[in-house]
Design a protein around this ligand. Structure first.
Ligand code: NDP
Length: 245
């Protein structure tokens, strides 16, 4: 029970990777606060007395500030922030609308920035904290994802900069770059495309949300206290390079 009674914030925790991160911390007896665009009745998780669900949009600073003040009215600290909420609007640049660029940058980059800004004043006062940002292997570049790749690359840069700014306050900031993970987001893809994508992975299969949640748990733990400003790929080896098998 490494996180017993610790206060954890997870964005986009209603389903997929976020729901798995939430479950990880609940299993460790933490108190978990989730902000997600979905209504709590649509959340893909069971009731738990240590779980607080708030409907809100991480791109909206009023929602973010209200959410954090709700958290602080229940809790005396924020121990961990996990910026997980993210969206896809894929297309090659010559078919991509400006609004698809703006939407993806807003959710995937501005949202984490607003969340970080809101919690760092609390974490700096308490002189401790952990921030884990869910980026993507696509930050390295990915065909048809100029908006998404740029947002996730921006999130890596945000991670590295905040790692420098907050280190003196015992706050670590790290990023995880998942490859293909089996979630409702990726199951929206045509099943044939999903299979093709799996075949591009050296391990020939998609990962599971728990593969990401386990690393979030490690980065948020005391064992990881000297890891700062890093981006760790969890992608079955895809970021290593092309496989001939
Ligand atoms: P899902 O779409 O399954 O879940 C994301 C959740 O975030 C949804 O409940 C969604 O609500 C919510 N959300 C979206 N926008 C906002 C917002 N503005 N404010 C609050 N909540 C929001 O995604 P995954 O679990 O697949 O992905 C989670 C993270 O992991 C994302 O950042 C994604 O980019 C990243 N990732 C995922 C990979 C994968 O293969 N699955 C690979 C690499 C990275 P709603 O559905 O109502 O919009």
């Amino acid at each position: 029970m490494k996180f017993k009674n610790k206060t954890i914030i997870v964005t986009g925790g209603a389903r997929g990777i976020g729901a798995s991160i939430v479950q990880y911390f609940l299993d460790e007896a933490a108190v978990v606060y989730v902000i997600d665009k979905k209504n709590p009745t649509e959340f893909n998780m069971i009731n738990n007395e240590n779980l607080f669900l708030v409907t809100g949009d991480v791109t909206n600073n009023n929602d973010v500030e209200l959410f954090i003040s709700d958290v602080m009215s229940e809790s005396s600290s924020v121990d961990v922030l996990v910026n997980n909420a993210g969206i896809l609007r894929d297309n090659v640049i010559w078919k991509l609308e400006e609004e698809d660029f703006d939407a993806v940058i807003n959710v995937n980059l501005k949202g984490p920035w607003l969340m970080c800004r809101a919690v760092t004043s609390i974490m700096r006062k308490q002189n401790s904290g952990r921030i884990v940002n869910i980026s993507s292997r696509s930050w390295l570049g990915n065909f048809g994802q100029s908006n998404y790749s740029a947002s996730k690359g921006g999130l890596v840069s945000l991670t590295r900069t905040l790692a420098l700014e907050l280190a003196r306050n015992n706050i670590t900031v790290n990023a995880i770059a998942p490859g293909l993970i089996d979630t409702p987001m990726t199951r929206n893809l045509d099943p044939e495309i999903f299979k093709k994508l799996e075949n591009t992975i050296p391990m020939k299969k998609a990962g599971h949300p728990e593969d990401i949640a386990n690393l979030v748990g490690f980065l948020a733990s005391d064992e990881a206290k000297f890891i700062n400003g890093q981006v760790i790929h969890v992608d079955g080896g895809k970021s290593v390079g092309a496989s001939i098998h």
